[in-house]
Ligand binder design. Structure first.
Ligand code: UDP
Ligand code: MG
Length: 322
């Protein structure tokens, strides 16, 4: 079995890391080819995400020097997720399996072997999962783990401690192509594809050169994007809040009637305080209800596939009929 593997690497201003990254990836692919695990047609596919430095020139030079390297140049910077998708969709028609990884080699490339092994064992998606965050600073660990907890609490189900280091089979990539949504949050969408999945644990290292393109600000907007593009839970939250405030208004009603009966109130206070709470609660509740419908429209407008078929059992007769 020699199937074609594409390694998809999004690159944004990565001139500092590309020479080393390309050398190591070439080594890895050649070792796998020599072992007869993957086809000679396997490639490293760099996606240039509108870099402002010499990244694309470097990719072109690599392509000239060795056919193992190929590249895709985006018209402008579209962000990590879109660059990754562009690469995966390009690879889809050319490969049997694709592995996505970052250009800075923070993800241990030796996990590739285990991923390919699991692919041959029948997995369509293999997630690379970080075994520990010992090397991270307390701050990074705290914010990153908080990120996963928040995401899951808000209804965006993601694989814990899995970034975008994963293997996907051609079939899984075709499934991914069925998701037409524009606000694409790959980590949330990929688990929706289904099929047999596996995980491979690895240690995540430091970025060996250059600096992170994901500062805290980008990470927060990434989390926000993830939540709002995957779930309508925040809307449900408003409905719940409205219901709660309305309940409070009933309590306030009872309380103010008691105070009024005891003759301790100024004229007009009881009715005023009740209407403030009741109206507030009703407004929030109605907003939530309207929001629910908007949420439905939102999800509909994504035109997600309702199913993907794993296998159809049919005999020769069934085939001939078609
Ligand atoms: N990246 C990209 N477009 C962007 C930002 C980042 O293609 O607008 C790429 C970047 O080149 C790298 C990957 O996304 O290959 C992850 O970025 P980085 O390593 O800076 O993130 P971190 O590991 O710090 O979270
Ligand atoms: Mg990185």
């Amino acid at each position: 079995m020699e199937e074609i593997l594409y390694i998809v690497v999004p690159c944004y201003n990565e001139e500092e890391v590309l020479p080393e990254t390309s050398r190591r990836l070439k080594e890895k692919l050649e070792a796998l080819m020599a072992a007869g695990t993957i086809s000679q047609e396997s490639r490293v596919l760099f996606v240039n995400d509108g870099s402002k430095d010499r990244t694309w020139q470097l990719i072109e030079e690599l392509h000239q020097s060795c056919p193992i390297f190929s590249g895709v140049d985006l018209s402008r910077n579209r962000g990590h997720q879109n660059a990754l998708l562009a690469g995966l969709m390009t690879a889809k028609d050319r490969c049997d399996m694709a592995i996505s990884m970052d250009a800075d080699l923070q993800d241990d490339i030796d996990a590739v072997d285990a991923m390919v092994e699991q692919y041959y064992a029948g997995c369509d998606i293999v997630y690379g999962v970080r075994s520990s965050r010992k090397k991270d600073t307390f701050f990074k660990r705290f914010t990153a783990e908080g990120f996963y907890r928040l995401m899951n609490a808000m209804g965006a189900e993601t694989v814990f401690n899995h970034a975008d280091y994963r293997l996907m089979s051609k079939r899984a990539l075709e499934g991914l192509a069925e998701f037409k949504e524009v606000n694409l949050f790959l980590r949330g969408i990929v688990p929706m594809i289904g099929y047999r999945t596996g995980t491979v644990e690895y240690e995540r290292g430091e970025r060996f050169a250059g600096e992170s393109k994901y500062p805290l600000k980008k990470m927060l907007s990434f989390a926000m994007e993830g939540i709002t593009s995957l779930s309508v839970k925040p809307i449900r939250f408003i409905t719940g809040l409205g219901f709660l405030v309305f309940l409070v208004s009933i309590l306030m009603l009872i309380y103010s009637i008691v105070r009024w009966a005891m003759g301790e109130t100024i004229l007009g206070w009881a009715s005023l305080i009740c209407s403030v709470w009741a109206i507030g609660g009703l407004i929030l509740l109605s907003l939530g209800v309207i929001g629910e419908y908007i949420g439905k429209i939102y999800l509909e407008s994504k035109e997600r596939p309702r199913f993907l078929i794993r296998e159809v059992l049919e005999d020769e007769h069934g085939k001939a009929d078609r």
